[in-house]
Design a protein around this ligand. Structure first.
Ligand code: KDG
Ligand code: MG
Length: 409
């Protein structure tokens, strides 16, 4: 079997997505997700201009060889654009291999290690009543684990709060990339956030009881000592995890956080290789690996990363916001089902137009996702529908401290 064609499809139903479709001379097709929020066209060009010409004529079954070839022959290693492009190829080849075998992908990864994949949803509110309503709505939709984000008094716009106003007046729900010509500017005050958040979790525990798994995303905004203080303050509320408490590219910073708190820590949605985790995993400075299959070189690389983490009792918490396409989400679900050290899966539902373009076979019921039993990934791309939604420029926001200093968003 040979690769006969590889097409890069950029479509923007509810938001932008970059999809690679590989076709073999036998007529099999495979899909891979290369979406990088706010920088989509860089991956599309990397694929179209530099990777697609290298794929034609290759044996699609040689997945490891193709991965190593793309990683090493580029000379310029790592980085989100390169690793998203490699992920798109890798996942498309796994899709083809599983279709050729007539099996859902998780079977090729060793078969199911569990019957369902526990997923968490995103609840948020500008104040406690709105937050409680949002949590209740998520429970009604079947979620059994909930991420909690709230507005902070004195701050106009905070990451992850669905109902807060956007620059262009549209409601973006949990999608932070706004379709505006320039990135939206938000404000930030860490001390105000640290004062406010423990009270929110106290109120949520009082209302919903001790059992409900609760998560929170700090979105890279704290220094190590601030993160340590927050982790300690949240201990009475028994969080499932505190995510991205610092900009974690300084792995050593997590030693300080870890010394001070037993709140479990999750990190890595902006990471793209195992090297970003070396100290974090070896020194057991985190509890959950947050990388996306889409941004970390695909199934091949994520499997190795999660196997490395398993030796240190660190579990998966694969990134699954709406900027991961249904193709990337399906790849995550097959891996989640197969690995032993599964922790939890993030699940934000895509919009109705996205679901028209990407026909999916995964299911969600009573808190658990399942990738389904279709051969391959179980996602089909309706190319005619995709064509009806051309790319729309969109940017993630950024923020400034009260004195105007640019801060971590
Ligand atoms: O594109 C940025 C989003 O993927 C990110 O802000 C979402 O932090 C996020 C999360 O935990 O889902
Ligand atoms: Mg996050």
């Amino acid at each position: 079997m040979k690769i006969a064609a590889a097409d890069v499809i950029v479509t923007s139903p509810d938001r932008n997505f970059v999809t690679l479709k590989i076709t073999t001379d036998d007529g099999l097709t495979g899909l891979g997700d290369g979406t990088l929020n706010g920088r989509e066209l860089a991956v599309a060009s990397y694929l179209r201009d530099h990777v697609v010409p290298l794929l034609i004529g290759r044996d699609p079954h040689r997945i490891e060889d193709t991965w190593q070839f793309l990683y090493r022959s580029a000379y310029w290693r790592r980085g989100p654009v390169t690793m998203a492009a490699i992920a798109a190829v890798d996942v498309a080849l796994w899709d083809i291999k599983a279709k050729a075998a007539g099996m859902p992908l998780y079977q090729l990864l060793g078969g199911a290690s569990r019957t369902g994949i526990m997923a968490y949803g995103h609840a948020s509110g500008r104040d406690l009543p709105e937050l409680f309503d949002s949590i209740r709505r998520h429970l009604d939709e079947g979620f059994r684990s909930i991420r909690v984000q709230t507005s902070v008094p004195g701050i106009n716009a905070v990451y992850g709060v669905a109902a807060q106003p956007s620059v262009d007046g549209k409601r973006y729900d949990y999608e932070p990339a706004q379709r505006t010509p320039l990135p939206a500017e938000e404000d930030w005050d860490t001390r105000a956030y640290l004062r406010h958040l423990p009270g929110v979790f106290e109120a949520v525990r009082n209302e919903f009881g001790p059992e409900l798994p609760l998560l929170h995303d700090g979105h890279h905004r704290m220094t190590p000592i601030q993160a340590a203080k927050l982790g300690k303050a949240l201990e009475p509320y028994d969080l499932f995890w505190l995510e991205d408490c610092t900009p974690a590219e300084n792995q050593e910073a997590l030693r300080l956080v870890r010394q001070h708190t037993t709140t479990p820590l999750a990190i890595g949605e902006v990471f793209n290789t195992v090297w970003d985790y070396q100290t974090l995993i070896r020194e057991q400075l985190i509890d959950y690996v947050r990388s996306a299959v889409t941004h970390t070189g695909g199934i091949t690389a994520m499997r190795k990363l999660l196997d490395f983490a398993a030796q240190y009792q660190i579990k998966s918490g694969i990134h699954g916001p709406t900027d991961i396409s249904p193709v990337g989400m399906a790849a995550a679900l097959h891996l989640d089902l197969a690995i032993h050290n599964f922790g939890i899966q993030e699940y934000m539902k895509h919009g109705p137009l996205t679901n028209e373009v990407f026909r999916q076979s995964f299911t969600f019921a009573d808190g658990y996702l399942h990738p389904g039993e279709q051969p391959g990934l179980g996602v089909e791309l309706d190319e005619a529908a995709a064509e009806a939604f051309p790319y729309v420029p969109a940017y993630l926001p950024f923020n400034r401290l009260m004195d105007g200093t640019v801060h971590d968003w």
